[in-house]
Design a protein around this ligand. Structure first.
Ligand SMILES: Nc1ncnc2c1ncn2[C@@H]1O[C@H](COP(=O)(O)OP(=O)(O)OP(=O)(O)O)[C@@H](O)[C@H]1O
Length: 308
């Protein structure tokens, strides 16, 4: 798949001397949903803000659709829509004026039909003449999305789009994001909700303390994450793993009293049944049997901790 954003060896030190990003290397593929995960202060907003031209890059480069975000700022920025974390519109303006103005800002000719459809899609059409200050928090969020999409960008950034959002709006937002992706828009979002990334993203990146510690396809990540273990407490210590069971790649505990079988969560139950039958055939008796699996949360905490 073609890359739409190319981040090369990007580092950023704020004037305070704080280094927020270190040698970030990242490629975003055209048409994907990419989720950037990381704890508070990891550098997610800094990275997005640099790509969107709001914060000056330190060293390194960023290409958006092949355009350098510093040297070709206007053309690069025109391709991007940004839904920021915080409200960034005048509360005295109406919804319609806000989105129309935003479209004009990017040099796009007026297109009332497009804006009408956009507001309808976001359930904002009946509020088009309301001032922003008269809207609920959820509606204000929708306005931010409408504003970001007013100039029909190819790439949409959403910074913590569902923080503090109720279940219904969250569901609507995800539906809309999927529709946008289906229409060819590339989506990059940050989130603290791992389940959300799991549900939505094609690929996942994990950032910690300014470093990108992992980028992977969600499906392969899920495979790696989806490990389970079967623990068998043996009646008698086993001197060694019987050669007949080599295919299972079992582990034997240091006291030789526990056999551990690690398998993929997706794996067929039948394998376990066969293993138990074989153990029985070999006369290996066990007094207890249980399974354990690492939660997604555990794995991410592990990943984030490892990078310290
Ligand atoms: N203008 C600034 N001057 C100095 N330091 C800054 C500035 N902006 C951000 N930082 C610092 O850079 C680090 C990364 O901040 P950033 O907002 O990118 O994190 P984040 O991953 O988006 O966090 P959160 O999940 O809390 O939004 C933080 O330690 C923050 O305090």
């Amino acid at each position: 798949m073609q890359s739409v954003i190319q981040v090369n060896q990007l580092s950023k030190t704020y004037p305070s001397g704080f280094q927020a990003l270190q040698n970030v290397q990242l490629e975003i593929r055209r048409g994907e949903i990419f989720a950037l995960l990381g704890p508070n202060g990891a550098g997610k907003t800094t990275l997005i803000s640099i790509i969107c031209g709001i914060v000056n890059p330190g060293t390194g480069s960023v290409l958006v659709d092949g355009l350098d975000i510093v040297k070709q700022y206007r053309q690069a920025r025109q391709r991007i829509g940004l839904v920021p974390q915080e409200l960034s519109v005048s509360i005295f303006e109406t919804v319609w004026d806000t989105v129309s103005f935003s479209r004009g800002l990017f040099g796009k000719p007026a297109d009332p039909a497009y804006l009408q459809q956009l507001l309808k899609d976001l359930s904002l059409w009946d509020k088009k003449d309301s001032k922003i200050m008269a809207l609920s928090g959820g509606m204000k969020r929708r306005v931010l999305i409408a504003k970001a999409l007013a100039h029909q960008p190819q790439i949409l950034f959403l910074d913590e789009p569902t923080a503090g959002v109720d279940v219904e709006l969250r569901r609507d937002m995800w539906q809309m994001i999927r529709r946008l992706r289906d229409s060819g828009v590339t989506i990059i979002l940050t989130t603290h909700y791992i389940e959300e990334a799991e549900d939505m993203a094609d690929r996942i990146g994990v950032i910690r303390a300014g470093k990108l510690v992992l980028v992977d396809d969600k499906s392969s990540l899920m495979q790696k994450l989806g490990k389970k273990q079967l623990l068998l407490q043996l009646v008698e210590p086993l001197p060694e793993i019987p050669p007949a069971l080599a295919a299972y790649q079992l582990q034997l505990s240091a006291d030789n009293r526990q056999l551990i079988y690690t398998y993929d969560a997706q794996q067929e139950q039948a394998t376990i049944t066969t293993l138990l039958r074989q153990l029985n055939g070999l006369g290996v008796e066990f007094s207890d049997l249980n399974t354990q699996e690492s939660s997604l949360e555990d794995i991410f905490i592990g990943l984030i901790g490892d990078a310290a």
